[in-house]
Design a protein around this ligand. Structure first.
Ligand code: EPU
Length: 421
């Protein structure tokens, strides 16, 4: 297993190019199986979750050509819509095959994804959604088994205790594209990744209206064709570098990014003292003069502050003098980074779903470990500003969602390297 070794204290400076969005690429690649024709997807990030998804497509029988950021999927060879546990256990995102396989084959058998370190992560809303389209769904020895000779349009409300569901909306929308008649998804997720998936489906011939709003209307068609698509930039990767620039008092230009995808974070980072200017698809991030200011942040569904930047924002708060508060409304248990940040000298206490952060002038480097992608990113950010050496182990979490993190940070002047443990 590899670890990252960081010598803190360097200001980040230069240009970093953002890859395609992981969380748009996964459902878009899964959506290719809705057609019998080949699709070509570009700007796909080279991260472990994408490699896993490509492995799943090949396991199903699709022909896949994967070169750098381009993935060509020919799904003609798929005949058995079954996804076993060994394939889905490493990546919860594989649940997004349920809707497309069911719609295309009239049945699907997909291993139940189970919980993970950021909380229980149920799929009741996915199941409610495909049942509303007429599917018969049972749970059988750890598998979700869904059947419907032909799905029919329906009306479904996708709200749960923590708001809508991103992949649940993706699943129901994909299933509805081939259903007979009209579907209305209420309280649909408005995340840009869902919009990007919808735009890809429209290129395949799907009839969808209301993307980006809580009411998505789909009129089913008999068949979909293949399509060419370029994935939107990864707003979470971009947000991570924007926070890193501000934390290190740096001057980083984040290339291939749109600020409108991250309004809530831009608002909070600006309030804390960052200066962000957008020009020709790039965002330059510096610090205003004077000390950084503490802020209060609540994670919410889009366009609210993304839960996937909560941990990184907390690392930032650790070095902002004063009291900052961060409240997690999507995954109330997504706080495993707190104990590790405290090992580096942070002052964070947890009060229910809120973390109260007493900012310090300095963090001190330490060996740390996290068991989730974004928590690991937060520890890297903390390491960049900590005094001395930080070792972040279990790098495979970062490999799941950050393309070439070490190379990109080194280009910006960070002292960071990857070593065998
Ligand atoms: N929920 C339910 N029932 C369901 C589905 C979800 O109660 O059937 C709850 C969840 O437990 C959670 C909330 O609803 O409290 C939102 O979960 P959601 O379904 O929206 O999450 P997801 O679709 O499984 C995607 C991203 C996550 C990201 C969330 C929220 C992918 C592959 N994953 O997950 O990304 O945190 O949306 O924005 O798109 C990450 O990239 O690090 C990551 C975890």
């Amino acid at each position: 297993m590899d670890k990252l070794v960081i010598e803190g204290g360097r200001r980040l400076e230069g240009v970093v190019e953002i890859g395609g969005a992981k969380n748009a690429s996964l459902p878009i690649l899964a959506a290719t199986v809705l057609s019998r024709d080949a699709s070509v997807i570009r700007n796909v990030p080279q991260v472990a979750d994408v490699f896993t998804l490509v492995r799943i497509l090949k396991f199903l029988g699709a022909k896949v050509r994967h070169e750098k950021d381009r993935v060509e999927v020919d799904p003609r060879g798929i005949s058995e819509p079954v996804l076993p546990y060994k394939l889905v256990s490493t990546m919860r995102g594989s649940i997004c095959f349920l809707g497309p396989l069911l719609a295309r084959f009239g049945r699907a058998r997909v291993s139940f994804p189970g919980g993970c370190i950021i909380g229980p992560r149920p799929i009741d809303l996915h199941i409610k959604g495909i049942r509303a389209l007429g599917a018969d769904v049972t749970l059988d020895h750890g598998y979700v088994v869904a059947e419907a000779e032909r799905l029919r349009g329906g009306r479904v409300y996708l709200g749960g205790a923590f708001g809508s569901t991103v992949l649940g909306t993706a699943n129901v929308m994909m299933a509805a594209t081939l259903a007979k008649g009209k579907t209305l998804i209420e309280n649909a997720a408005c995340e840009p990744e869902v919009v990007d998936l919808g735009n890809f489906l429209k290129k395949m011939g799907a009839r969808i209206e209301g993307l980006g709003s809580p009411s998505i209307r789909v009129e089913g068609v008999k068949r979909l064709g293949g399509a060419h698509h370029s994935v939107i930039p990864d707003r979470i990767e971009a947000g991570t570098y924007m926070i890193a620039s501000t934390m290190t008092s740096g001057d980083v230009t984040v290339k291939n990014m749109r600020l409108d995808l991250l309004s809530a974070m831009v608002d909070k980072l600006g309030e804390a003292g960052a200066l962000m200017t957008e020009k020709n698809g790039s965002v330059r991030v510096r610090r205003r003069r004077g000390p950084l200011k503490p802020v209060s942040v609540t994670t919410l569904p889009y366009p609210g502050f993304p839960t996937d930047l909560q941990a990184q924002m907390m690392a930032f708060m650790c070095v902002v003098p004063g009291i900052s508060v961060i409240t997690e409304k999507i995954y109330p248990e997504r706080f495993i980074h707190i104990s590790e940040l405290n090992r580096m000298g942070a002052g964070i206490i947890l009060e229910g779903p809120s973390a109260i952060v007493s900012g310090r002038k300095k963090l001190s480097g330490a060996p740390v470990m996290a068991s989730d992608l974004r928590a690991s990113a937060a520890l890297v950010l903390a390491g960049l500003v900590a005094e001395g050496r930080t070792e972040v182990s279990r790098v495979y979490h970062l490999d799941r969602g950050y393309e070439n993190l070490v190379g990109k940070l080194r280009n910006l002047g960070a002292r960071i390297k990857r070593e065998k443990e």
